[in-house]
Design a protein around this ligand. Structure first.
Ligand SMILES: [Fe+2]
Ligand SMILES: [Fe+2]
Length: 369
């Protein structure tokens, strides 16, 4: 019987001669018996091969995959005509409103590429649950659709693309948020990074917390709220519709990420130490600070009742909610200053459509509010 590779999906650092040549190290565990699904884990479950989808162990991932397929949409299906007319008009949008819209779009244009790169280049190869991998493939595609949506908005409105797309290099408040996020995938991008030690598993879990709770759960949500502020004034409603579809997807990404974090907590409880909880809490506090600085940049003076101080409370409110979802004590106790954000995300009878688990979709793609 050929030797069994204890960690078949990770071990790329040891040279492996081609199949059929002496010393070839099997990747599929031939002769090692049938896969025991009970050995499947989110990470470090390499003994249960990643190529056997069935039976499903992590049902939340399979559910997320099916929900995502039912939510298919494309940016080009949404009419941008009234946005184009309003953007060209000299009377509909103030300079402050144009500035806020462009700054948020400047953040979005690069943020989804950062999310996609993390999924594909840092995250995917360390995930040992086939059903979680299935959803990640879908999620990566959705990040591409979002990146397309922002391009479509820039092109439709005739914005200066080089200005919007370079904001992450030129606007400190955007640079600081994105640079902060990127520091958490540097080690994991490394070819030699492996899960399987206490330190590396905590580092991986930290990456999950940063991308799901902070990037998708705080940085995105706060910018979604800015765009819905426009929508409430009857302004840029095509762009807002694009963002509604994106928010539906991002809400699922965040819920999936939270399910992954909570499942790892169950599978490897030793990782979730008091020190780790403090570390995550401090990262959330840092993110809230960065997001407030971003809000100051978005609203130098305030537009239609929205200003940086009001946003601070909203950012704190959603930060507390994200902490609670992974069982960490809340920090701020700030009430939601934008109850309309909850209304914007409630769909028909499905209460808290975006913020809670979604289980019932009747048809693919359509969005009813
Ligand atoms: Fe996205
Ligand atoms: Fe996402």
């Amino acid at each position: 019987m050929p030797p069994v590779n204890p960690n078949p999906i990770h071990d790329t650092t040891i040279p492996n001669p081609p199949f059929g040549e002496p010393g070839h190290r099997p990747i599929i565990q031939r002769g090692a018996g049938r896969v025991n699904v009970n050995e499947r884990k989110i990470i470090n479950g390499g003994t249960a091969d990643v190529v056997q989808l069935w039976p499903i162990k992590h049902k939340f991932a399979w559910d997320a995959y099916n929900v995502a397929n039912a939510n298919h949409w494309l940016p080009t299906e949404i009419s941008m005509q009234s946005d184009i007319e309003q953007w060209r008009s000299q009377t509909v949008l103030s300079d402050d409103e144009r500035h806020a819209f462009k700054t948020v779009l400047g953040f979005f244009t690069t943020a989804d590429s950062i999310a996609a790169n993390n999924l594909v280049l840092a995250f995917y190869k360390h995930i040992t649950s086939p059903e979680a991998r299935l959803y990640l493939l879908r999620q990566a595609y959705e990040e591409a659709v979002h990146t397309h949506a922002y391009q479509y908005m820039v092109e439709s409105l005739g914005l200066e693309g080089t200005e919007i797309y370079n904001m992450y290099r030129e606007v400190d408040a955007i640079y600081n948020k994105e640079e902060f996020i990127l520091t958490f995938n540097t080690g994991i991008f490394d070819d030699h990074f492996k899960t399987g030690t206490f330190e590396s598993d905590q580092k991986f879990l930290e990456n999950m917390c940063v991308f799901s709770l902070i990037l998708e759960g705080i940085f995105f949500y706060s910018s979604f709220a800015v765009i819905f502020g426009f929508q409430r004034q009857g302004k840029l409603v095509g762009s807002a519709e694009q963002i509604q579809y994106i928010m539906r997807d991002e809400s699922n990404h965040m819920n999936f990420g939270i399910d992954m974090i909570n499942t790892i907590k169950e599978e490897q409880p030793e990782l979730w130490t008091p020190e780790f909880v403090t570390r995550i809490t401090n990262l959330i506090k840092k993110a809230v600070k960065l997001e407030y600085e971003f809000a100051v940049n978005v609203f130098p003076t305030g537009i239609f009742g929205l200003n940086a101080e009001g946003f601070k409370q909203y950012i704190e409110h959603i930060a507390d909610r994200r902490l609670a979802r992974v069982g960490i004590d809340q920090v701020y106790g700030s009430p939601n200053p934008f109850p309309w954000m909850s209304e914007a995300v409630d769909l028909n009878k499905e209460k808290n459509f975006f913020e809670t688990r979604v289980t019932e979709y009747k048809t693919g793609g359509t969005l009813s509010w």
